[in-house]
Design a protein around this ligand. Structure first.
Ligand code: SF4
Length: 452
């Protein structure tokens, strides 16, 4: 028998409970079970005046932002429209059926003011990491680090060649330009003075002009993740312009911060060859962290002449011995390329039958040695171990997190400008990724008993 037509919406009274409308397995319900934001109002209290009209509750805004980043709704205008009509979103945000949704402009006002002044996005991220630690998701023994390029909200067709820009008063009034000009005067400027960028965006000058990871040239920022290898929980996140030196600096910042905030210090750190510079390896070894990172080594020669590996270093006497059993000594002076130079005697080399295979174009052989060469030797020895091989396999977990951020959470192109805009977006994305992991772990249904 055919049923009655649906669509009768002329009832005057309904018995309706929003709580019942959200299924138990809904993602937001499961996230709500592990998310505690009761502290947030107290944290934000000093940033509100005790006079004037009541403002929008900061917890409501934070919950709305989390909904947006969970469901790839990055536009705040669209987010407000979606929360208006979606029952589950309303329930998660604590809004009743008749409660008004905040105006989208509230978000940008708070982002540029209270949210950044209080660093509240980082505090929410860290609170979620603490939740993961309490749930036993963080082992704390092995970490991995990596960076991925995200396109900036800056047109590649609207650029200035070189790094010198004659800023107009209108351009100087823009927030990303002001932020860039202030950062230029700081100890950690966004551009490397020794390697000036080829092009700059007048709308977001901190973004780096890069082709890394993409077939096209574009302006980009790098999202840097430091993850715990046990359950791929993101322990820290940092935004940098897409430059390797900045990403390496960010690694030190993230490791120090995770030790300070969570008392977490890894025994080993896995990373790709970009992190295998002598300085980075030296820093890790000095901090008692085993670098499970390929050594960045350009000393290998492929023209048939002896490489540095053919010379033996004698640590006790601080000299090298060459394949002809002669000695190479140093004056102990550190040169501008941050190396000591060990030089053979011209007298020895002139009389040596191996000279054509050693230094055919110079009077005597020179071997440069970085002050962190001992750390590189230590890392080379680690590269032969089973633990290093295991870390190399585990390191792929971080790639999956970048894939999730880009493919599922749609973090392909940034919406906000400036380094602080990138930082806000990366923090919210990482918070949502950790929340999903924590919710899956905590609210996972118990395994069903096997049928006989
Ligand atoms: S050329 Fe000089 S440095 Fe090279 S093997 Fe002969 S003596 Fe040693």
């Amino acid at each position: 028998m055919m049923g009655e037509p649906v669509g009768r919406q002329d009832r005057l009274f309904y018995q309706f409970d929003l709580e019942e409308m959200v299924p138990a397995d809904n993602l937001l319900r499961r996230i709500d079970a592990v998310l505690d934001l009761n502290w947030l109002r107290g944290e934000m209290q000093p940033h509100y005046s005790h006079l004037g009209c009541p403002s929008v509750c900061p917890e409501l805004m934070m919950r709305m932002l989390l909904v947006g980043y969970c469901y790839s709704i990055r536009s705040e205008r669209r987010l407000c429209q979606e929360v208006q009509v979606n029952l589950a979103y309303r329930w998660f945000c604590g809004l009743g059926l008749e409660d008004k949704v905040p105006h989208h402009s509230t978000f940008s006002v708070n982002r540029h003011g209270r949210f950044r002044d209080s660093d509240i996005l980082r505090k929410v991220f860290e609170e979620v990491v603490c939740g993961c630690m309490t749930a036993g998701l963080v082992g704390g023994e092995g970490f991995a680090v990596d960076a991925s390029v995200i396109e900036a909200n800056a047109s590649r067709f609207h650029r200035v060649e070189g790094s010198e820009v004659d800023w107009t008063p209108e351009q100087r009034a823009r927030r990303p330009v002001q932020e860039y000009l202030v950062a230029l005067e700081s100890e950690n400027p966004p551009i490397n003075p020794k390697q000036k960028p080829k092009a700059m965006s007048p709308s977001d000058p901190t973004a780096a002009w890069t082709t890394r990871g993409r077939p096209k040239v574009m302006f980009g920022y790098s999202v840097n993740y430091l993850i715990d290898l046990e359950n791929a929980v993101i322990v820290d996140v940092e935004a940098t312009p897409t430059r390797i030196s900045k990403e390496v600096d960010a690694t030190e910042t993230m490791i120090e911060r995770s030790e300070e905030r969570f008392a977490l210090k890894p025994k080993r750190l896995a990373g790709d060859v970009a992190y295998g510079t002598a300085e980075m390896l030296g820093w890790l070894v000095d901090h008692d962290i085993d670098p499970h990172i390929p050594v960045w080594d350009k000393s290998q020669r492929d023209d048939g002449t002896f490489s540095r590996a053919d010379f033996l270093y004698d640590e006790a006497r601080d000299l090298y011995s060459c394949p002809g059993a002669k000695l190479l000594r140093t004056t102990g002076r550190l040169h501008s390329d941050n190396t000591y130079r060990y030089i053979a005697s011209k007298h020895d080399c002139d009389a040596c039958a191996l000279k054509p295979k050693c230094c055919p174009n110079t009077p005597a052989r020179r071997i440069p040695r970085n002050p962190n060469e001992a750390a590189r030797d230590y890392t080379r020895a680690l590269m032969e171990t089973e633990a290093y091989a295991a870390s190399s396999g585990q390191r792929k977990k971080i790639e999956r997190l970048f894939g999730e951020a880009k493919q599922i959470l749609s973090m392909v192109r940034l919406r906000l400008r400036g380094l602080t805009g990138a930082r806000d977006e990366f923090l919210l994305t990482a918070t949502v990724q950790n929340l999903k992991r924590l919710a899956n772990h905590t609210t996972r249904p118990p395994p069903q008993p096997m049928m006989a």
